[in-house]
Every structure is written in structure tokens, then in C-alpha cells.
Design a protein around this ligand. Structure first.
Ligand code: ADP
Ligand code: ZN
Length: 623
């Protein structure tokens, strides 16, 4: 019997059930965050809205109640690939799950319908446009329905970026099935979207479970851009060799170039951008999803609907447009909750380039002003000397309880700040004396007293500023320049080929009225430093680094085995075992099935299917 719509109906016996199903089917030891409350509420027949960040564990919030309640759980999702993978994962765990969408033949679809009517399905994933057809609705009316889960519920929002008209039509389920619990889920947090979801899906009065949007397993790092491809290669070699990752670049040419450079360096990388033929794009995306350790180098066109849980890093070789975009793009790392990196190389040229793109766009002045505001906020984030996570969350109106997250570059190795007034004055007067007509390279040549052809040609070696900046080298001056531009004392002029000009605020600096604090250390040096420091453990505990104290050989062997199994069965590697489960095995080094069973991610079915083989692989360690 389905319980009455009161939470009291969720009795102790069922609570035990919830935990035991969590353990036996999903192989997980306990709930995360609000999951328990949500599962309890929905299992008891309640409606609700769930706001959780990517990777927060939304699926369990409806999958578990669907298993605990009588009947079949109907999941509405706009993403076909996501449905397919979820069903593959559930089937793998012994759950009777199926999908109903346009990819099925008529015969396959009627087989799914038959199973639904026979009460043989526990979860059914349905595309929204299919669900609202009269035929599907009358079918559902004859079946026993445990709940409706509306995934990616922000698609009902007309103002949002993912609006889907089919989602608006979903209000029909409220009319047709008023007594079946509805759970709407999304990772888009803003107030307006939330209101629209509540309205369209008649959820007023239903509880809203709002999680923190923090992604604690992601380590944020921003380095000074010098030779970005070389820096990226080094980052991958040191921290993420053999891992899957996404590299974002601004232009198609750059995407091609970087993918080739990585591939030449023995790091398997595939390009993805709108200029590639659709079939090539699809093939590259498939390989990225299904094979192990592939990098995709992409423009921002890549990512929507990418649900790969084991993306270990997202690297930006160019600055995104806004903090929102940065959060969304970096958020594609680490959906599985395992340690992951968001790494970005950033320099003066990024600020100049983005400004130019805004200036030269055909948008209205109001839109340009908003865009510049967003760019400034992101540049401020990139320059901050304090905790990046705190700053990121603050932008979205959330307060991190501590001052140091312990898992960003600034927390791991706090940058030294120094009084930069004199340096700033030298640089700004160099800009002024040379007539505000030159770019970074020439200005630095003058400061360090380099007699280039141009310097002599313009007589800049005769200026008082010639050679006044010998205390810093070229790289250090670039960092100073970038910071002054980020502070708004310098602006590049798109009409004068990116020449740097003084702004009004620069006068305050030149007159000595404005303080200037500069980051002492070039961020580049800090990556390695951060590792030693975190090992010493003198800061808040951070998740282990991705390549932590793990036997790389055993891990590689397990991954190779997983790839082979996935290939034979035609499913993505993570459907067989998640990275976190593999790492769990490597750490636990289980010798018996019981020990293996305790590794998170190993449920009854996985134990049955792969247990012996996994133990054999572990035993072979060191042989
Ligand atoms: P979302 O849909 O919110 O992006 P998912 O439901 O795909 O997130 O879950 C993300 C990852 O977190 C999955 O790998 C899942 O196995 C894992 N996960 C979810 N709940 C738990 C839990 N209670 N304990 C451990 N891992 C969990
Ligand atoms: Zn931090």
C-alpha cells in the first residue's frame, strides 16, 4: 500500500529499509546532506523542491523513494544521454529500470509499456514531450505510479538559458495525478527560477530543500599565464596523469592547436567546437564519455548535458566571461565527489581580449555595461588573495562559515602582499611618459632599460623612466601590469591596438594618494608549494590530492580492467565502477568479499558480478 501523505507514515521499519536499500543496491554506507530528509519526505508521499549543486547526489533523492514505494517511479529528464546512462547504471545495480524516448523503436517502446503495465518496472525515464502525449498519460493512469521526479526542473523557466516548452506542459501531471508525489530537482539556484518551478509544478506549500552550492571536492587554482600549453602539460603530468579532463579555450583555432600539442605530448586529447562536422563532434564526445583518461579540448559549446561523473579536472586556458560561467564550467569536474581540480591560467592578455570582445560586440550599451561588470567581478576573483571558495560562494549570496576552506591555492599557500606603491608609480609614469600609445612589451622594455630597436626609434632611452624598473624582471613586471589593469588603474584601448592607457584612478596612485597592494609571489610557483604544505597538515584538512597515497600500479590495472569490461558491455566506464570506488578498493586492499563489500559503490550486484575478479586483481598487486 502506498502510505498516506503524511510524514508520520514513515515509520522506523521503513527508515531501516531506506538504509538497507541504500547499502544493498547502491553500495553506499550512508546519506549525504539533505538526502535523508528528502528521501523520508518523498517516501511518505510528500511533494518537494530540491536545489542541490551538480554532483550533490540528486538522483538518489528520487531513486530510493521509488524503490521504497509501491509502483514505478517516473523520471522526467530532457537529456537523452543522461537517461541512458542512468538506466545503464541502475540496471547494473539490479534495479528494473527502462527509458521511453525517441531513440526506441516502436517494438522496443511497446515492450517497455508492457513491463510498466505488468508492474515489472521500478523506475522509468521518460522524455517530457513523450510524457505529455494523451497516449502516455492514459497508459500511466492505468499503471501504479510511485512518484514523479522532474529532473532539471529549471527547464520550466522562460527566462533561463535552458528553457524547454515541453516542460511547461508538465503541469498536466498535477491535474491528472494530484495524489502522486512530485519531486522537482535542479542545480540552478536563483530566486526567480525557483519561483517559476513552484508555480508551474504547483509546489507552493511544499518544502524546499536547499543545499549549499559549495563543491568541497573541487580545488580552485589560478596561475599566472606564461606559456599556457607548457603549464597545462606540467599540471596534467604532475597532478592528473591518466585522468579525464576538460580544457576550455576561447577560439576554435586555439582548441585545435592545444589538442594537437597535448596529443603530441602523449596526452590523449580530442577537439570539440562548433566548426567541426557533427559526426566528428559526436564521435569525440562519445570517446570522452566512454573511454578512460581522455581529454576534451573545447570551446564553451561543450558541456551542456555532459553528465560524466569522473571528470577529474577542468582547465581554463582563457578567462571565461563571468563568475557564473566559471562556476558552471568548473562544476563539470568531480560530480562523483572525488577530489578534482579547477585550474586556470590567466594573464593580462585575457583582460585585454575580453574587454575588446565586449567593446566590439554589437550589443546595446546597457548590455555592454553589464558584461563589463561581470568581467570585472571575475577578474577580482582571479586576483583575490583570500579564500577563493569563500569569494565564489559570496558572489552567489552564500556565506562560507570559515575564512579558509583549506582547498584552494590561496588557502594552501597564502600569497604575500607587499606595498606596491612605488612599483605602480614607476609603471604608470612609464605609460604616461611614453604617450599612452604602447602595449605591455614595450613598456616593460623601457622599465628594465632594454635598448630595443623600438626604444631607440622613439627615443625612449632618453626618458627619465628608462631603466628605473631594473629591480624586477620581465615576468615580474607582467604580473604587476596585470594587477594594475585588474585594479582598474590601466585600461587597454581597443581602437589603438590594445595600447595601455591611464584611467582616472591612476592619477591617485601617481600622486601617492591611493594605496596599492600587490601579490608578492608569482602564482606559478605556488602549485608545488601547495602540495608540500598540505602534506605537512598545518592547514584545515583538505580532500586527498587526486594522486594521493594510492598505489598507481594497482589503480592503473583496475582502470584497464574496467575499460575492457565497459567496452565489452557497451557502457561507459563509470557505469561499471566509479573512480571513487576504484580508489576505495586501492586504499582498502580487500582480501575477502566481505571487505570488498564495505567499499562505497560496491552493492550486492556488483559484488556478485565482479567480486572475485576484483579480488584477483588486488591479489596480483606487486606480483
Ligand atoms: P547530481 O545529479 O546531483 O549531479 P548524482 O546523483 O549524479 O548527482 O550523484 C553524484 C555522485 O555522488 C554519484 O557518483 C553518486 O554515486 C554519489 N553519491 C550520491 N549520494 C551519495 C552518498 N550518500 N554517499 C556517497 N556517494 C553518493
Ligand atoms: Zn580557500
Amino acid at each position: 500500500m502506498p502510505p498516506s501523505s503524511s510524514t508520520q507514515a514513515f515509520d522506523a521499519a521503513r527508515e531501516r529499509d531506506a538504509l538497507s536499500v541504500l547499502h544493498s543496491v547502491f553500495g553506499l554506507p550512508g546519506f549525504r546532506g539533505a538526502q535523508e530528509q528528502i528521501v523520508r519526505h518523498v517516501t511518505a508521499g510528500g511533494n518537494c523542491l530540491v536545489l542541490m549543486p551538480t554532483g550533490g547526489g540528486k538522483s538518489l533523492c528520487y531513486q530510493l523513494p521509488a524503490l521504497l514505494r509501491a509502483g514505478c517511479g517516473i523520471v522526467v529528464s530532457p537529456l537523452i544521454a543522461l537517461m541512458r546512462d542512468q538506466v545503464a547504471g541502475l540496471t547494473e545495480s539490479g534495479v528494473n529500470a527502462a527509458v521511453l524516448n525517441s531513440t526506441l523503436s516502436a517494438q522496443e517502446a511497446s515492450e517497455v509499456e508492457r513491463r510498466l503495465m505488468a508492474g515489472d518496472l521500478e523506475l522509468l525515464y521518460v522524455a517530457p514531450e513523450r510524457l505529455v502525449t494523451p497516449r502516455c498519460l492514459s497508459l500511466l493512469a492505468q499503471a501504479r505510479i510511485a512518484l514523479f521526479a522532474i529532473d532539471e526542473a529549471h527547464c520550466v523557466s522562460q527566462w533561463g538559458h535552458d528553457f524547454r516548452p515541453e516542460y511547461v506542459a508538465l503541469s498536466v501531471i498535477v491535474e491528472r495525478f494530484p495524489d502522486v508525489p512530485r519531486i522537482a530537482l535542479t542545480a540552478t539556484a536563483d530566486e526567480l527560477t525557483r519561483k517559476e518551478i513552484v508555480e508551474r509544478l504547483s509546489l507552493s506549500g511544499a518544502p524546499q530543500f536547499v543545499s549549499s552550492f559549495d563543491r568541497p571536492n573541487i580545488r580552485y587554482e589560478i596561475v599566472d599565464k606564461r606559456n599556457p600549453v607548457a603549464q597545462l602539460k606540467e599540471f596534467i603530468r604532475e597532478r592528473h596523469s591518466g585522468d579525464a579532463g576538460i580544457v576550455y579555450c576561447l577560439s576554435r583555432n586555439r582548441v585545435e592547436e592545444v589538442a594537437r600539442a597535448l596529443d603530441d605530448a602523449g596526452i590523449p586529447a580530442l577537439p570539440y567546437h562548433a566548426g567541426l562536422e557533427a559526426s566528428v563532434r559526436a564521435r569525440n564526445q562519445d570517446r570522452f564519455l566512454n573511454e578512460d583518461g581522455i581529454l576534451i579540448v573545447a570551446t564553451i559549446a561543450f558541456g551542456m548535458g555532459i553528465d560524466k561523473p569522473d571528470v577529474r579536472f577542468v582547465a581554463h586556458l582563457d578567462l571565461p566571461r563571468s563568475i557564473e560561467a566559471y562556476y558552471q564550467e568548473t562544476g563539470r569536474a568531480g560530480r562523483d565527489g572525488s577530489p578534482s581540480s579547477a585550474w586556470m591560467a590567466y594573464g593580462l592578455s585575457d583582460i585585454v581580449q575580453q574587454r575588446r570582445m565586449i567593446d566590439e560586440s554589437a550589443a546595446s550599451d546597457a548590455f555592454k555595461r553589464v558584461s563589463i561588470g561581470k568581467l570585472d567581478a571575475l577578474v577580482g576573483f582571479a586576483e583575490t588573495a583570500t579564500c577563493r571558495r569563500k569569494r565564489l560562494l559570496a558572489y552567489f549570496g552564500e556565506t562560507l562559515k570559515t575564512d579558509k576552506c583549506g582547498n584552494c591555492d590561496n588557502c594552501l599557500t597564502p600569497p604575500q602582499m607587499r606595498d606596491g606603491k612605488i612599483l605602480a608609480q614607476k609603471l604608470l609614469s612609464c605609460v604616461y611618459r611614453t604617450g599612452q600609445r604602447f602595449g605591455a612589451m614595450h613598456l616593460i622594455d623601457v622599465l628594465v632599460g632594454r635598448l630595443t630597436e623600438r626604444v631607440t626609434q622613439f627615443g625612449h632611452d632618453k626618458l627619465s623612466v628608462f631603466g628605473v624598473g631594473r629591480e624586477l624582471n620581465e615576468k615580474q613586471w607582467r604580473v604587476v601590469l596585470r594587477q594594475l589593469a585588474a585594479m582598474g588603474h590601466l585600461r587597454s584601448d581597443s581602437e589603438a591596438f590594445g595600447a595601455l592607457k591611464l584611467t582616472d584612478s591612476a592619477r591617485g596612485v601617481l600622486r601617492g594618494e591611493t594605496e596599492v597592494w600587490l601579490r608578492e609571489e608569482a602564482p606559478h610557483a605556488r602549485i608545488r608549494a601547495s602540495r608540500t604544505k598540505s602534506r605537512r597538515g598545518d592547514l584545515a584538512p583538505a580532500p586527498a590530492p587526486p594522486q594521493g597515497d594510492i598505489d598507481p600500479e594497482l589503480r592503473a590495472r583496475l582502470r584497464a580492467w574496467r575499460s575492457e569490461v565497459a567496452r565489452q558491455r557497451g557502457v561507459p566506464a563509470y557505469v561499471v565502477l566509479h573512480d571513487s570506488t576504484i580508489d576505495g578498493i586501492v586504499r582498502a586492499w580487500p582480501t575477502t568479499l566481505d571487505e570488498l563489500r564495505n567499499v562505497p559503490g560496491i552493492g550486492d550486484k556488483k559484488l556478485e558480478h565482479y567480486g572475485e575478479e576484483l579480488l584477483r586483481l588486488v591479489r596480483a598487486r606487486g606480483e
